[in-house]
Design a binder for this molecule. Structure first.
Ligand code: ZN
Ligand code: ZN
Length: 408
């Protein structure tokens, strides 16, 4: 028996005037999701708790049965793990931009002309940087102008501010400690030096000289932000006794897979946008289901992107395209299959809200209810009623007859 949780990022929504006060899920043509609702047990889920606006990261952490208030210190650690840095508990991780500074130190382009090539070579320069004897600097490029910075060593802290000024036309912000601890002061000092040294080391880098010649903005400074300490997390396999794989598109969710010790394969053409290659994702899921994994976590991101863009047509179309893939996924034998979202990203809000999301579980021994449509309102009448993200793994483990009895 396998457990599969498929999370369509930001799929849930609010009623919209232009849809005659239906939600995109209510308006979309989704015969396969509706079929799942018909053969499964439905409910609605508060990813963290009612009204809490979950991030994708904190929601996934909660759904996997970890306490986000304990595990989550910031996005940095998950992004770093997601791009393949072997982070260790206690490391301090940051998200970074490759940016462009002029001779006066003003940031003229936070995204360095949306640089796409050569960032791996530039990253190696920062990676070789030594500032403090006891602190190892690990720096790795991510997609486009993004990168991650990890500090490893004794006496560090994540209680430091950002260097990224968030707007062009400003100087990098001086990183300051956010408390009175010596660790925070030391970390702030190191970060300020990294920012300063990055400009010295990168301004004449061959890749940047070439970019300037081509009329492009050079990637001549790095700006860290979003400090977080890598948490000590019980591996998923120890916690649940199941070998797990995470099929995800974005560095953030891949990082959650890696930090919880799951296998995280790369899926070709998985962009995390509405242009993603859903066929390849489906193939990766089918491939994983034919191997000896007992648990598969899936995240597909496009509906969230469309939600953030406020693009209703794209959201509807993407949900319908995902629905087509579910027809194939329903062929997986001997499994409990959970379909849900990690939060709502309403078109009207263009950001995450705290509304509960629909959820369905299909599988051999679920108590099938009367719900035969998969959307926010219909599933609220289902047999699971209203649960929290932190209940999902307990319910799945119980259905799979894998949970231990509490009491005699
Ligand atoms: Zn999300
Ligand atoms: Zn989002």
């Amino acid at each position: 028996m396998k457990g599969i949780i498929m999370i369509i990022d930001g799929m849930a929504d609010r009623p919209l005037g232009e849809l005659e006060f239906r939600t995109p899920l209510e308006a979309a043509n989704i015969p396969n999701m509706d079929k799942l609702a018909k053969i499964g047990i439905c409910g609605i889920m508060d990813p963290i708790s009612p009204g809490i606006r979950a991030g994708s990261d904190t929601s996934h952490i909660s759904i996997l049965g970890y306490n986000p208030y304990e595990v989550y210190t910031g996005r940095g650690p998950f992004e770093a793990a997601g791009v393949g840095v072997n982070v260790e508990a206690g490391d301090i991780a940051f998200r970074c931009n490759f940016s462009t500074a002029d001779e006066t130190g003003t940031i003229v382009d936070r995204r360095a002309g949306r640089i796409r090539e050569g960032t791996d070579e530039i990253a190696q320069v920062i990676n070789s940087l030594k500032i403090d004897e006891d602190v190892k600097i690990i720096f790795k490029e991510s997609t486009g102008h993004r990168a991650v910075l990890v500090l490893r060593g004794e006496g560090l802290s994540d209680k430091v501010s950002d260097a990224d000024p968030k707007h062009d036309g400003k100087h990098p912000k001086k990183v300051v400690p956010l408390d009175d601890e010596a660790n925070s002061k030391k970390t702030a000092k190191i970060l300020n030096k990294i920012v300063e040294r990055s400009y010295e080391m990168l301004k004449d880098h061959p890749i940047n000289i070439k970019r300037i010649k081509e009329g492009k903005n050079p990637a001549n400074i790095i700006l860290p932000r979003g400090a977080g300490a890598v948490p000590k997390v019980q591996p998923f396999a120890d916690k649940y006794g199941m070998k797990a794989v995470c099929i995800a598109e974005t560095g953030l969710i891949k990082g959650i897979g890696r930090i919880t010790g799951m296998e995280v394969p790369d899926v070709k053409g998985a962009t995390g946008g509405v242009d993603t290659n859903l066929k390849n994702i489906t193939n990766a899921i089918m491939d994983a289901s034919s191997q000896d994994y007992e648990f598969i976590l899936i995240n597909i991101d496009g509906a969230d992107e469309a939600g953030h863009d406020g693009n209703l047509d794209e959201k509807l179309e993407f949900i319908e395209r995902v629905d087509e893939e579910i027809e194939e996924l329903m062929k997986i034998d001997d499994c409990y299959f959970i379909l849900t979202a990690d939060h709502s990203t309403p078109i009207s809000v263009m950001d995450h809200t705290g509304d509960p999301v629909p959820l369905v579980i299909s599988g051999p021994e679920v108590r099938v209810d009367d719900v035969d449509q998969f959307n926010e309102r219909a599933t609220a009448r289902g047999g699971l009623c209203r649960i929290r993200g932190s209940d999902v793994m307990s319910i799945l483990m119980d259905l799979m007859n894998k949970s231990t009895k509490f009491g005699a």
